[in-house]
Design a protein around this ligand. Structure first.
Ligand code: THU
Length: 133
């Protein structure tokens, strides 16, 4: 069921692990790293960026989406998210909705630095998204 990661997935996870190390999370101390793989096999990373005005904080996943969009990419084939938890945490509701904007479904790997990997999908996490069409 939880099949071994491919080489491309391992590289994606490694990119998310590295991004997580750069998170700015002095308030929650909860660092998150995310990495998106595109159809063209490019990788775009994001980390959570917190702010003293807590509501101004942005999640790792949405920063990864922003980085990809800014580079002109929005066809995603995989998302890796790395948190410190066991089992690894899933993206929050806001990030799920933002991801749905670009892909109806997306394989997602929930990971932690200890090497745990839980496979899920965007459709599983956000089965009935808000849509205007
Ligand atoms: N966080 C993410 O980066 N991604 C999520 O999907 C949920 C939460 C961040 C926000 C905040 O900086 C910290 O984790 C604790 O909530």
């Amino acid at each position: 069921m939880n099949q071994k990661p491919t080489k491309a997935e391992q590289e994606l996870i490694a990119a998310a692990v590295q991004a997580r190390e750069r998170a700015h999370a002095p308030y929650s101390k909860f660092k998150v790293g995310a990495a998106l793989l595109t159809e063209g096999k490019n990788v775009y990373i994001g980390c959570n960026v917190e702010n003293a005005s807590y509501g101004a904080s942005v999640c790792a996943e949405r920063n990864a989406v922003g980085n990809a969009l800014a580079a002109g990419e929005k066809k995603f084939t995989r998302l890796a998210v790395v948190t410190q938890t066991s089992p690894p945490s899933a993206p929050c509701g806001l990030c799920r909705q933002v991801l749905v904007e670009f892909c109806a479904d997306l394989p997602i790997l929930l990971c932690n630095p200890a090497g745990e990997i839980v496979r899920t999908t965007l459709r599983e996490l956000q089965p009935l998204p808000f849509q205007k069409f």
